[in-house]
Design a protein around this ligand. Sequence first.
Ligand code: MG
Length: 251
Amino acid sequence: MSDPSGPILEAPPGQAGGVAAVAAALPITTWIFDLDNTLYPGGSQLWPQIDLRITLFLSNFFGLDGLSARALQKHYYYRYGTTLNGLMAEHGIDPHPYLEFAHDIDLATLDPDPALGHAIAALPGRKLIFTNGSRRHASNVTKKLGFEEHFEAVFDIVDAEFIPKPHQVTYQRFLAQHEIEPHKAIMFEDLAKNLEVPHQLGMKTVLVLPKQHDPFRESFEQKAEVADYIHHSTDDLAGFLRRIVAPHDRS
Ligand SMILES: [Mg+2]
């Protein structure tokens, strides 16, 4: 990312044009969004709550103090990609009560986002959510944000048979289940590592960056990555979407 006050769009190396070029060059018919920290900003304090609920789950499940539960959580995250996968692999837990517990959070800090809702509504084509979280969480969050009805479907961690992004098989399962042609799709994500496979499969990719550093999340997850599999990056998703539909609108 360059000057934050300047244009937020970055053309991939060797290619001209920003977001207008995306719209012009591609018949994008399917718009795919990650949920957490993509459709709402990290500052909404949702992820810290989920993060703490996961720690609490581990603490209750194993009878651990908070620090030990936290260390185990980090261990599972690095080793298995998610805490749930660690719990399933090493302890064979039932994922459903875990997901209910982890996502049982207070959404009072999440403000409706009509600007993003209008921008999503104006996109031509299908819109889907592809999350490592649960369908119920996606529904609660998008309802509170005020734009649940714009999405055709949610593909969640249960649909993914508990194999989270960025495993390739999960993207393939998602695309097949919803009959999506990857060459006509674009994916929005806050985690750079989750965009590598979409790029390999032929999708356009957009990294959604936080406006501010979130101390509750890993620093490496918040870096403005520059990689050939990231076609664009933005810290203003609603503005980015508006300019795809109306490239000359700079408001
Ligand atoms: Mg996310």
